[in-house]
Design a protein around this ligand. Structure first.
Ligand SMILES: Nc1nc2c(c(=O)[nH]1)N[C@H]1C(S)=C(S)[C@@H](COP(=O)(O)O)O[C@H]1N2
Ligand SMILES: [Mo]
Length: 198
């Protein structure tokens, strides 16, 4: 099996960088379960709701005022494409969660348009997740989740909710859209956790 596509620009990547069952692609496919919601910056808001019902809101302007990080990460989609070396700009979830008082172990990301996906809260901390609003030096396009999406590159890409509008924190795990339809609860590409039971 070819591990590096012939036209791949830049440094060839070792096979060890590709999770099992994946192939590398240069394209950036668009995978959306429904229509692309159009959210203007002035109506956009990000909300974290804790298990007690306490809400923390950020307007677009407030998010823009938070420290931005630039990260280069590999993406792994459960449909088997991986994209190496993608560069994003956004706010670390550590920054957004810093002043949130919670005893929750779980989070459900929810999006404009109604998409949801669940993750353990600890997978959103310690430099593992971002609220990303720029991709490859440009504003994130609507098809790829603009104005802003979750970016959680160590899990399959369905966990990276596009058009994200907030997180609900809870004491119990609650499956999201794809998880309810049979996809794995956690979705670690390195353990090939594609479907329930994997
Ligand atoms: N809101 C929302 N987020 C979503 C999805 C979706 O349908 N709606 N699809 C997920 C899936 S299955 C994948 S693989 C990635 C695709 O991101 P891309 O379209 O930027 O490649 O977004 C994820 N986030
Ligand atoms: Mo996906």
């Amino acid at each position: 099996m070819a591990i590096v596509s012939p036209g791949f620009r830049g440094r060839p990547r070792p096979a060890a960088d590709l999770p099992p069952g994946q192939y590398p692609t240069e394209d950036f496919p668009v995978l959306s379960a429904g229509p692309t919601p159009r959210v203007t910056h002035d109506r956009w808001e990000f909300t974290i709701t804790t298990e007690t019902g306490a809400k923390h809101h950020w307007s677009w302007r407030e998010v823009m005022a938070l420290p931005a990080e630039t990260v280069t990460v590999d993406l792994h989609c459960v449909t088997r494409w991986s994209k190496f070396g993608t560069t994003w700009q956004g706010v670390s979830l550590d920054t957004l969660l810093a002043d949130v008082d919670t005893a929750a172990d779980y989070a459900v990301a929810h999006s404009y348009g109604g998409y949801t996906t669940n993750l353990p809260l600890e997978d959103l901390l310690d430099g593992q997740a971002w609220l990303a609003y720029r991709y490859d030096g440009d504003d994130l396009t609507p098809e790829h989740g603009g104005p802003a999406r979750l970016l959680v590159p160590h899990l399959y890409l369905w966990k990276s909710a596009k058009w994200v509008r907030g997180l609900r924190l809870g004491l119990e795990d609650e499956p999201g859209f794809w998880e309810t339809l049979g996809y794995h609860d956690y979705g670690d590409p390195w353990r090939e956790q594609r479907y329930q039971g994997d």
